[in-house]
Write a protein that binds this ligand. Structure first.
Ligand code: GTP
Ligand code: MG
Length: 324
């Protein structure tokens, strides 16, 4: 593999824990330009021996539930405890709005000021699968730079939680202080991804509702499928505004992580995730290759024939792959 000049310097900067080098490295792996890809993968390979040393946590929840405020409070709590914390985002809407999940950086202003924290908005553009793949590489770069906690934020819309679940050790779901019918609003499939459930805004007038929601969710998770047989999801509540329950939420994450690490399940999980990421990249790459070059027009004609009903999807795909 030939590397452009400076790639080795970038790897050295990342390994030295230099935040500016890390930021440039993440920009490189997020680049959608084909000619950046070689340098990006060479960079990740260069630092690969120094990866794997973080607690990887996915944090999700519906819009407005308090994700940004919670991550700010948790991040500061962890930095105070001596951790180095990276916050990344997978934003399913970024391709639509051009915006970013962490665009409201004002909500994380305090964490952003800490030298022990690295906050990275979601890459804009591209499909969710591509964004998640590049976020997986950003996780490795953060680990190589010495961050021992990586938090990946995503808005709860369905697919994005599944994509983040493929990247993390522990999945933390934030839910609103509401029970009863509104509990039904949290999709069962999403609840089944959660290792830790935290009811937000457990303060002031909302405190009784938060306590009820905590009990309701504790009851509910008992009957759901689990991500790991040996771990029954833990339910807690917290107020990011008052700073209460943040330590308990982290203790639950830590307990889950310790259990996985101690049993060998963590190594298995990460191996499976890495192999799955490989196949997803291969699939996406094959699709891109098929659409590029001279095959585009032929493939488009086949798609049109399927739309008109003159070809079956399977027959058209068979020919498209031959043409690719
Ligand atoms: N009472 C109370 N309000 C909170 C708490 N945490 C967040 N909020 C409020 O809830 C609103 C949404 O908070 P955010 O942290 O922006 O929520 P989010 O989930 O990041 O929102 P999106 O990024 O828009 O999906 C804000 O008005 C916060 O002030 C809390 O612990 N207690
Ligand atoms: Mg937010």
């Amino acid at each position: 593999v030939t590397q452009p000049a400076g790639a080795g310097d970038l790897a050295a900067g990342v390994l030295a824990g230099d935040r500016r080098a890390l930021a440039r490295a993440v920009t490189l792996v997020e680049s959608t330009r084909d000619d950046d890809r070689g340098a990006a993968v060479a960079l990740v390979d260069d630092v690969l021996d120094s990866t794997g040393g973080s607690v990887r946590v996915g944090i999700s929840g519906p819009p407005g539930v308090g994700k940004s405020t919670f991550i700010e409070a948790l991040g500061c709590h962890l930095v105070d405890a001596g951790h180095r914390v990276a916050v990344l985002a997978v934003d399913p809407s970024s391709s639509r709005t051009g915006g970013s999940i962490l665009g409201d950086k004002t909500r994380m202003a305090e964490l952003a000021r800490r030298p022990e924290a690295f906050i990275r908005p979601s890459p804009s553009g591209g499909d969710l699968g591509g964004v998640a793949a590049r976020t997986g590489e950003a996780v490795l770069l953060c680990e190589a730079a010495g961050y021992d906690v990586v938090l990946i934020e995503t808005v709860g819309v369905g697919q994005s939680e599944v994509a983040v679940g493929d990247l993390v050790d522990t999945f933390l779901l934030l839910v609103a202080p509401a029970g009863g019918d509104e509990l039904q609003g949290v999709k069962r499939g999403i609840m089944e991804l959660a290792d830790v459930v935290v009811v937000t805004k457990a303060d002031g007038d909302l405190l009784p509702a938060a306590r009820r929601a905590e009990a309701d969710h504790r009851h509910a998770v008992h009957f759901l499928r689990r991500r790991f047989d040996a771990w029954e999801p833990r339910v807690t509540s917290a107020s990011a505004l008052e700073g209460t329950g943040i330590d308990a939420a982290w203790a639950a994450v830590q307990a889950h992580h310790d259990l996985l690490a101690g049993s060998g399940a963590l190594a298995d999980l990460r191996r499976q995730q890495a192999v799955a990421a490989f196949w997803r990249d291969v699939e996406r790459g094959l699709l891109r290759r098929l659409r590029a070059g001279g095959a585009t027009a032929a493939v488009d004609r086949l798609a049109a024939a399927v739309a008109e009903g003159t070809r079956s999807p399977g027959s058209a795909a068979h020919e498209a792959l031959g043409a690719g």
